[in-house]
Design a protein around this ligand. Structure first.
Ligand code: TYD
Length: 130
């Protein structure tokens, strides 16, 4: 988990910052976000070959489960000033979305279909090779 810089103002709310060269071990080339995810739905269920990501609960909450093929760990995200860094080659499942949850993802590369591993068996083979 990465704690983001926070500017707090008692009566005017908060502001958090992610800045290339400062906050993350990668530069951000793409931002996307999931929202209006119906209760009970899950997202993810894939790994990336090279992509690095920071996942932030910009609003609401959800659970991210990371799996390196040997070990699984779940993270409950519900703070807009915390981000979960996901390195390449990690299978992720995202579920338990609260109403109004916004899952914001900062990514190290533009969208590349070939970077996805969507079959779990292929993921296990990929892990054996690295
Ligand atoms: P996907 O990454 O599978 O979503 P999730 O893991 O959240 O379930 O993407 C869903 C669809 O959106 C898929 O058809 C690819 C498309 N997509 C893009 O075109 N560009 C992007 O940057 C992303 C993240 C997805």
């Amino acid at each position: 988990m990465i704690e983001l810089d926070r500017h707090h103002s008692d009566c005017k709310g908060n502001l958090s910052i992610v800045e290339n060269g400062e906050t993350l071990p990668f530069d951000v080339k793409r931002v996307y976000y999931l929202y209006d995810v119906p209760g009970g739905e899950s997202r993810g269920s894939h790994a990336h070959r090279d992509l690095e990501q920071l996942i932030i609960a910009a609003s609401g909450s959800f659970k991210v489960t990371l799996n390196d093929s040997k070990c699984k760990r779940s993270f409950f995200l519900n703070r807009p000033y915390q981000g979960l860094y996901v390195k390449p080659g990690i299978w992720r499942d995202i579920d338990d979305f609260s109403s109004g949850a916004v899952c914001m993802v900062l990514a190290s590369e533009v969208y590349q279909k070939e970077d996805y591993i969507r079959e779990y068996g292929e993921f296990l083979e990929f892990r054996k090779e690295i």
